[in-house]
Design a protein around this ligand. Structure first.
Ligand SMILES: [Zn+2]
Length: 452
């Protein structure tokens, strides 16, 4: 195991801030208010450094927030004679109480007090403790990243994984702490591309996080005159936690990640989302069709076609239609509905992996992309398969939903960033966003030569 050293300047924060991939990461939004937030910190301060902004935002929004600190933090200055380990443990306990108090008034704090540096010997007991601290119902469980090159941070990632293993309603995230220090800034490691999410803090939560960090005096200031008494958290290191955003790697299997989820939804239910016969859905589909920027298309792709309600409407407007869905039940229903359209094909597929070959002059992504486990990959496939005059329709429900890893806003912003298309039509209402993006920047009247 490679282990980092605390000493040395590490990667300059300015180098991180210059990375465009950090700017462009898919945004993480807070979950519905009924979702509880549980943060597991290996040491007293990791919760604040890595997730202080999220804790502050969630606490203010009214989420139930708990912070569990696994170790006593007594080993932060192993060679120092300035404090005994029990004295250091007591100082760190009071510091983390004050810091968490800065982040939110009603945040539960649980100090487990296991020995600093030895958490890997207590994984089972820690798992039990985290399990019993997690409330029933939808929960986000966040801890330090397993790739942080600190054995306690790695142990906590294992604990979180084990504690959530029998829960389908828990989303897991891991946040880097020491990684920002030893990892050279540059291209994002490719294995993190699909996992990384960015939470923009805004001024209030950025400020509250800074106040919380300053409570850790024993880590920020020398605890005595000797070299062994030097601060653990240097200015160049804490600079990584002064930025106005936080980064989380979504490591757990989201309920919507496996195709089994969609398979089960359709089992014994031809229409699990009740999209047929509802005025809301009829109206939404009419708006989609009305928003199309031209009367006829050559080749149309509808990923996530569901039970084909929209597919039949699209079939009337094109020479060739390809529909795909992850659930066999949905594919069977859509195949049946499209029987009268020999130019339409339906396939069972996992997207974006099984993206169809060839190019399309229309791709319709309706109520689908927020389920994607690879939003960037999805955007890249769209980008690669649109013709020079191609258009993309995006339509997504805006209300919070427990099985949507992304919000509609995140989906639309991320796909827009990676596809580089012109916004031709936009319709936003409280319930959904509808956008038509095109390689052709002209308006509908311009296309009809009614205006220059
Ligand atoms: Zn730590």
């Amino acid at each position: 195991v490679t282990t980092f050293v605390h000493s040395g300047d590490g990667t300059d924060e300015a180098a991180w801030l210059a990375q465009s991939w950090l700017q462009r990461l898919p945004r993480l939004g807070l979950p519905p208010i009924t979702t509880a937030i549980v943060v597991l910190a290996p040491h007293p301060d990791d919760e604040t450094l890595g997730a202080g902004g999220l804790i502050s935002a969630a606490a203010q929004a009214g989420h139930r927030v708990s912070v569990i600190v696994a170790s006593d933090g007594a080993a932060s200055h192993p060679l120092s004679g300035a404090m005994t380990p029990p004295e250091m443990a007591a100082v760190r306990a009071s510091e983390v109480r004050a810091a968490v108090g800065q982040l939110g008034d009603d945040v539960d704090l649980i100090l487990l007090g296991y020995p600093d540096g030895q958490l890997d010997r207590h994984v089972e007991a820690l798992t039990d403790a985290v399990r019993s601290a997690m409330p029933d119902g939808p929960t986000w469980l966040l801890t330090t990243w397993r790739g942080d090159r600190h054995p306690d941070h790695e142990a906590c990632a294992k604990v979180a994984e084990a504690a959530a293993s029998d829960r389908l309603d828990v989303r897991r995230f891991e946040f880097p702490v020491w990684w920002w220090h030893w990892q050279p800034a540059g291209r994002m490691p490719v294995d993190l591309v699909d996992l990384a999410r960015r939470l923009d803090l805004g001024e209030t939560h950025q400020r509250r996080k800074q106040r919380a960090i300053r409570e850790f005096g024993s880590q920020l200031n020398p605890i005595g005159p000797e070299p062994a008494d030097a601060p653990v958290l240097t200015a160049s290191f804490t600079a990584h936690f002064e930025r106005d955003f936080e980064v989380f790697f979504e490591t757990g299997d989201h309920p919507a990640r496996g195709n089994d989820y969609f398979e089960q939804l359709y089992q014994g239910r031809a229409d699990p989302w009740h999209v047929a016969g509802r005025f809301y859905e009829d109206r939404r589909r009419s708006l989609i069709i009305a928003a199309l920027a031209q009367p006829h298309f050559r080749r149309v792709f509808e990923p996530g076609c569901g039970n084909g309600e929209l597919s039949v409407m699209l079939a009337d407007r094109c020479a060739e239609l390809i529909c795909m869905d992850a659930a066999t039940g949905a594919v069977e229903t859509t195949t049946e509905r499209l029987r009268a359209y020999p130019h339409a094909r339906v396939a069972c597929a996992t997207l974006p992996r099984d993206w169809p070959a060839g190019s399309f002059d229309l791709i319709v992504v309706s109520e689908f992309a927020y389920f994607s486990t690879d939003l960037v990959g999805l955007a890249e496939q769209i980008h690669a398969s649109l013709t020079d005059d191609g258009a993309l329709v995006l339509v997504h429900w805006r209300w919070p939903a427990a099985d949507h890893p992304y919000t509609a806003e995140t989906v639309h912003a991320t796909i827009a960033q990676f596809t580089d298309l012109h916004l031709v039509v936009e319709h936003t209402e409280a319930d959904f966003i509808l956008q038509v993006l095109s390689r052709d920047p002209r308006s509908i009247a311009q296309r009809a030569a009614m205006v220059p």
